[in-house]
Design a binder for this molecule. Structure first.
Ligand SMILES: Nc1nc2c(ncn2[C@@H]2O[C@H](COP(=O)(O)OP(=O)(O)OP(=O)(O)O)[C@@H](O)[C@H]2O)c(=O)[nH]1
Length: 177
């Protein structure tokens, strides 16, 4: 699902709600609009603040209009380097490099997802080895050393004698006049 947010600052509060939860980001500026280029670092920061470090690309659109360009090639490349994102030159009008952008992001996202899944199962494996055995029997095992039951940690749970002795019936203090 793609969300095309409005670039204008007056829509900031609204657009935030659109990219919250995003899994990838395309930062686009126009070859013929220097302001859109200058706004890129702020946009990157806004996205990072809202959703963290997600797969992101920088795209210079409208390269069919290179003759009217107001951004030098080196400037755009330097910005991509500074922001640590891949840089594409594209033309939506000429259908140049459009699918490449989305293919790269989809690959990056899947890689991240696989890595995350692997890390999660690793955490699950480690923590499952550390789950304590809750022994509620309070009987023959209760004095056993923790390392002797099931080879792991044993936490003995005993009923609180004081409380159970006192108010055996929840209605003991109630009476009907
Ligand atoms: N020559 C050329 N024109 C393009 C290209 N991509 C978009 N345009 C034109 O640029 C204008 C702006 O396109 P939009 O898609 O509205 O740009 P936007 O950045 O989403 O603008 P907002 O919706 O105001 O944020 C339109 O007239 C498009 O037809 C391109 O690659 N080359």
């Amino acid at each position: 699902m793609l969300w095309d947010t409005a670039g204008q600052e007056e829509f900031d509060a609204i657009t935030k709600a659109y990219y919250r939860g995003a899994q990838a980001c395309v930062l686009v500026f126009s070859t013929t609009d220097r302001e859109s280029f200058k706004a890129i670092p702020a946009w990157k920061q806004k996205v990072v603040t809202e959703v963290g470090d997600i797969p992101t690309v920088l795209v210079q659109n409208k390269i069919d209009l290179l003759d009217d360009s107001c951004i030098k090639n080196e400037e755009a490349e330097a910005l991509a380097k500074k922001l640590k994102v891949r840089f594409y030159r594209a033309s939506v009008k000429e259908d140049l490099n459009v699918s490449e952008v989305f293919k790269y992001l989809a690959d990056k996202y899947l890689q991240k997802l696989k890595q995350q899944t692997a890390e999660d199962s690793e955490v699950l494996h480690i923590s499952s080895n550390k789950i304590g055995v809750f022994n509620t029997a309070g009987g023959s095992h209760s004095n056993q050393n923790s390392s002797t039951l099931n080879g792991g940690d044993v936490i003995n749970l005993k009923p609180n004698k004081q409380r159970t002795k006192k108010n055996r019936s929840p209605f003991s203090n109630c009476s009907i006049p």
